[in-house]
Design a protein around this ligand. Structure first.
Ligand SMILES: Cc1ncc(COP(=O)(O)O)c(C=O)c1O
Length: 419
């Protein structure tokens, strides 16, 4: 598919045409000459921005950005209709329209993770958090803030959660009421076996809470088959909207049980739901522009074929990235069977000429933004394959990486052999 969108899209205010030699004028360079040869043209999205190969915020389509060029009143009937449509569309992605409800919440993804834990784990409950990276650890931290009783079971960042250990822990501790899991742990880019986690949790008579932030919409998760009480995600990941909206898809009965649990008024998902069901309005100022963008992003998501279409493109992006980086000699943290089609962790090259900050800056000047590593155990960096990117952009990024490495004099890209 063509992910570039119309070439006539508006330029970012103050941005130059991508055809100009922007790299030489990049303010980040403080007047220094960026690249040794003036012929390098930085790649740019239709709005003149670099391509974001990150886990979010992501490159959005020109039409998603254009959708934000409107002001809508929060009590306006058109806006209320958009909200109803948006909530229904999100439920359809998991086939949850007959059993679940959708509660959107202002803020970044962490706000809705915090709301989920605070509302669904009762004050006298206890949650077992499955940790194999930073986002599992963040859930544990949230429970400290929320005053919810939590225990953690931990795996190394490069290993998936093991459902048999979960089963043992649940059997050993009857006071555990809930299990919290991260579907794709973005720290390493690893896919956790959420269906097995759900089965083990349900077989043990406990309730499951899922942080599906970085993979929601790009992998099948069918609420008719997979038992969970609540799942949270956000507008600016695989659904390719603008940042600013989190949402919780909750089993209606489980949400009703949370009445009175919320540790904070602004994070009260039950109250938000009751209000939205009543008059279709948000309790507090809604992120109207981000909602318009999200509605458009969902139109584009459905036009691409929903989960199948989106995961197909991301999988293709992933394969281009993996084979191109391996051709250059890089080692991935994960074997391919654990790798989610979201973001890939690469070990830093053994070559002493590789300095991540310099690599990052030089790639940025060429028009591609990558991401630092988040591993605690090894030096690494990450490259994402989600957002409005396709074959052309992935191949462009690989060419820029190849040129950048040559420029930096990095010859040996494999990892240190002792890790
Ligand atoms: C799995 C996961 N959970 C939670 C978050 C937090 O989201 P945010 O940074 O939008 O608060 C992220 C962000 O990347 C994530 O990947």
């Amino acid at each position: 598919m063509d992910v570039m969108g119309p070439a006539t899209a508006p330029q970012r205010p103050g941005s130059k045409s991508p055809s100009q030699t922007e790299a030489l004028a990049d303010p980040a360079l403080n007047g220094e000459t960026a690249l040794p040869h003036e012929t390098v043209q930085p790649a740019a999205s239709p709005t003149g921005d670099p391509w974001l190969l990150t886990p979010g915020p992501l490159t959005t389509s020109p039409t998603v950005k254009e959708a934000m060029l409107h002001d809508l009143g929060s009590r306006d009937k058109d806006f209320i209709a958009i909200n109803r449509r948006l909530r229904d569309r999100l439920l359809h992605i998991i086939h949850g329209q007959d059993s679940h409800v959708c509660v959107p919440l202002q803020g970044s993804g962490t706000f809705v993770v915090e709301a989920m834990l605070g509302c669904f784990v009762p004050k006298d409950g206890k949650v077992l958090i499955l940790v194999n990276g930073a986002y599992g650890n963040r859930m544990a931290k949230i429970c400290v803030y929320n005053g919810r009783s939590a225990v953690v079971v931990e795996w190394p960042e490069g290993q998936p959660v093991d459902p048999s250990i979960l089963a043992e822990r649940l059997a050993a501790d009857p006071t555990i009421t809930h299990v919290a899991a991260v579907h794709c742990e973005t720290t390493a880019g690893i896919l956790n076996p959420i269906e097995e986690i759900a089965r083990v949790t349900a077989d043990a008579g406990r309730r499951l809470l899922i942080d599906a932030m970085s993979i929601f919409g790009a992998i099948e998760l069918d609420a008719r088959r997979v038992p969970f009480d609540a799942l949270v995600a956000s507008s600016n990941k695989c659904l390719e909207g603008a940042p600013g909206i989190g949402f919780c898809l909750a089993r209606q009965g489980a949400l009703e049980e949370t009445c009175g649990n919320a540790p904070a008024l602004s994070l009260d998902l039950y109250d938000q739901w009751v209000c939205m069901e009543g008059n279709g309005q948000w309790r507090f100022t809604p992120p109207t522009h981000a909602i318009l963008a999200f509605d458009q992003a969902l139109t584009e998501y459905e036009a691409e074929g929903g989960v199948a279409g989106r995961s197909g493109r991301y999988q293709e992006n992933l394969e281009i990235l993996l084979s191109g980086m391996r051709d250059l000699g890089f080692d991935t943290l994960l074997p391919d069977d654990l790798q989610a089609p979201i973001i890939v962790t690469f070990h830093n090259p053994v070559d002493p000429a590789f300095v991540f900050e310099e690599f990052y800056d030089r790639l940025r000047r060429r028009g591609y933004v990558i991401y630092p590593g988040k591993l605690t155990v090894a030096e690494s960096f990450r490259i994402g394959c989600i957002g409005r990117l396709g074959k052309t952009e992935m191949e462009g990024a690989l060419a820029a990486i190849r040129d950048t490495l040559a420029e930096m004099g990095v010859k040996r890209c494999h990892k240190r052999r002792d890790i």
